[in-house]
Design a protein around this ligand. Structure first.
Ligand SMILES: [Zn+2]
Ligand SMILES: [Zn+2]
Length: 307
């Protein structure tokens, strides 16, 4: 089965970019590391399950945590912004919060370009998000800004748009939201990246995954999902010509994207580096249990007997 057969046999996921009622959140982590090199550092990420996500960050990269947070914790999830209509809106918010100097919405705000001298990482990130909530396109969304750690709670610098609410306390994901997620992620599958557009696993990433031309953008998605996204309403067309990245809004041609994918593949193991791991909200790999540990011992015995 090659990529294009796979693509044509799959109808575009109907709800690829919106699961009604699904939870999409963008959170801020602060490091509580005893090591002063990391203490107070911040990390912005996207998740559909904050309670699971914080555990992954604190258990390290092997358990689905991001490379940037591995061994630099423990991390506290201090706030989360949720209520996005779909994962793309949340991912765009995440990307802009992470990259205020590159975001088309934020790069005109000179005061957000860097952390001020003596300003804490938290204060800097809070300043960025305070600004974001008051400008387009985000100021129209009915977002909830949730404080998860009382110690960090503070007033916003500007009054927030009326339809937004500020609350404190843990996120309670409803049973129906959990059910949606579990349908997407069969527990028996191994740990694989997730597509930013349909949020399903990319089972054969070497064949069916594509990223963005912008080297700083972490977009990762199924080829078919990005093609459908770029085609938009152009029914009757099967191959897009040009489009805009759903995350960083870089304009590119489809040919250039495919060329980049071929170059990465020829280069061997560079693909993982090129896509990064920070954005993916991944399922934990199965826990190693005692049954698995016993297997090598049995094998050793077999070899001894056959000698
Ligand atoms: Zn997809
Ligand atoms: Zn991009």
């Amino acid at each position: 089965m090659n990529t294009y057969e796979a693509s044509s046999s799959l109808s575009p996921p109907k709800d690829a970019v919106a699961h009604k009622g699904q939870f999409y959140g963008v959170y801020l982590l602060c490091s509580q590391s005893p090591d002063l090199r990391y203490r107070g550092k911040c990390y912005v990420g996207f998740t559909v399950n904050p309670n699971r996500r914080i555990k992954q960050h604190n258990r390290g990269r092997d358990f689905g945590g991001a490379k940037k947070t591995s061994n630099k914790g423990p991390w506290e999830m201090v706030m989360i912004v949720h209520g996005f209509p779909n994962n793309i809106a949340a991912l765009q918010f995440e990307w802009a919060w992470q990259q205020p100097t590159l975001s088309t919405r934020l790069k005109t705000f000179n005061e957000l370009k860097r952390k001020r001298p003596r300003e804490s990482h938290f204060d800097y990130n809070f300043r960025i998000v305070s600004c974001m909530l008051c400008i387009g396109p985000w100021h129209r969304l009915p977002l909830t800004i949730r404080w998860l750690e009382v110690g960090y709670e503070r007033d916003f610098l500007e009054p927030l748009p009326k339809q937004m609410q500020v609350v404190s306390g843990k996120v309670a994901i409803t049973a129906s939201q959990r059910k949606l997620k579990s349908l997407e992620q069969p527990a028996t599958q191994l740990w694989t990246p997730e597509c930013h557009l349909c949020m399903q696993r990319i089972v054969q990433p070497e064949r069916s995954r594509i990223g963005c031309l912008n080297a700083t953008c972490c977009l990762t998605c199924h080829i078919i999902c990005l093609a459908n996204y770029m085609l938009g309403d152009e029914k009757g067309h099967y191959i897009p010509v040009t489009g805009v990245c759903p995350l960083c809004e870089t304009t590119f041609t489809w040919a250039a994207l495919l060329q980049r994918k071929r170059t990465l593949q020829k280069g061997g193991g560079c693909e993982e580096e090129a896509y990064g791991d920070e954005l993916s909200d991944m399922e934990e790999p199965p826990d190693v249990n005692s049954d698995i540990e016993e297997v090598p011992q049995q094998n050793e015995k077999i070899y001894e007997l056959s000698d």
